[in-house]
Ligand binder design. Structure first.
Ligand code: UFG
Length: 342
């Protein structure tokens, strides 16, 4: 039933970020109120449109408790805030562990002291690490190689311990490659610096940057480039709604992949960009990027069984079209935001 969430208050930690803003919009569309907690270190105030926000940094334990206390009548917490750039994590593990792990511990402690129970946690396919078994099942051994993946797996373990010892109810969503933008074009991917394939390739197609690099063309794949599972950010947001409904229906804990099950190569992305935009992507072949896996795609069955979730918006064409709509609007209107607005 679609009205199950009406009137609920949902705290969205990291609600000003790319995925967080889409979650807030989806929550508001269901008649619930998203309350964004964000420190705006990478999130954007202009992306907070569907409910109130608190400026809070999870590393500050007393401030975190105070913010949660203010909203202690929340029905559920969605926790998306974290450092995400894999390369930066390798150079600054201390910063990553502090922001991601200490921040999550402070969040869990605030929830525990206020008897808040329902947590949806953003995890990642990066927690699996190197594996030859495709598609990836949730039951596979998790052996992350990046600091980023290690912080996320550590948090998964913390959450499991809180479930066992304190009765925390949780759903861990292991996202594959988040992509695309809301169909309205009002929110989308705005990382600084941008490191992801699709926004970089769109900027190159638009002539806003030089030739891009395709990292590695000698992989053991049909066209020699890496394969990923691109899932539309609106589908990721919908998975959160499924999770919130699952709590209402008594689910106590689950860990699920959020992907499509379909692998797409880097060159297939560039081909679809050319098809959708009518512009070729100027690129050069470059050496492999450190830490990249050859192929990574989900087995999405458990998400369907446990949450009733299947991707609806994740055709490659829709992903590229919505991302292109968002970016072209943003590039044309780049001075639309005020000077204090990141
Ligand atoms: N790529 C290029 N050129 C670029 C950027 C990316 O060739 O300029 C390639 C990468 O080498 C990779 C593919 O495009 O083969 C996808 O790279 P992204 O950086 O877009 O995405 P990743 O798969 O590396 O990262 C995603 C998430 C991370 C998460 C990771 C887990 O964005 O947060 O999946 O593997 F950690």
């Amino acid at each position: 039933m679609d009205d199950e969430l009406t009137g609920q208050k949902i705290i969205v930690v990291g609600g000003a970020g790319y995925i967080g803003a889409h979650v807030c919009k989806a929550v508001a569309d269901k008649g619930a109120t998203p309350i964004t907690f964000d420190n705006f270190s990478s999130g954007h105030k202009h992306a907070v449109k569907w409910g109130p926000f608190e400026t809070v940094d999870l590393r500050d334990k007393p401030a975190t408790l105070a913010a949660f206390t203010k909203h202690k009548d929340a029905h559920a917490i969605v926790h998306l805030a974290s450092s995400i750039e894999v390369g930066i994590g390798e150079k600054d593990p201390a910063g990553f562990y502090e922001n991601n792990v200490v921040g999550a511990l402070n969040l869990l402690e605030a929830m525990r002291s206020l008897s808040l129970r329902n947590l949806i946690f953003s995890s990642t396919c990066a927690t699996y690490g190197e594996t030859d078994q495709m598609p990836i099942l949730e039951s596979q051994v998790q052996n992350p190689f990046s600091v980023y993946g290690k912080t996320k797996l550590t948090i998964e373990h913390m959450i499991q311990s809180y479930h066992k010892a304190y009765g925390l109810t949780y759903i861990t969503l292991r996202y594959f490659n988040a992509s695309g933008a809301d169909v309205s074009g009002e929110i989308g991917e705005e990382h600084d610096p941008e490191t992801h394939l699709i926004p970089i390739a769109l900027a190159a197609a638009a002539g806003l940057r030089g030739r891009m690099k395709i990292f590695g063309t000698d992989y053991d794949t049909p066209d020699g480039t890496c394969i990923r599972d691109y899932i539309h950010v609106s589908d990721i947001a919908a998975a959160h709604l499924c999770g919130l409904k699952a709590f209402a229906n008594g689910l106590t804990h689950s860990k699920v992949n959020i992907g499509t099950g379909k692998g797409v190569s880097n060159l297939e992305i560039l081909q679809m960009i050319e098809k959708v935009t009518g512009k070729a992507v100027p690129y050069d072949n470059a050496p492999r990027r450190d830490g990249d896996l050859t192929r990574l795609y989900a087995d999405p069955k458990r998400a369907k069984e446990a949450l009733g979730f299947t991707a609806q918006h994740s055709s490659l064409k829709n992903i590229i079209q919505t991302a292109w709509n968002f970016h072209s609007k943003r590039w044309n209107l780049k001075n639309v935001h005020g000077p204090d607005d990141k």
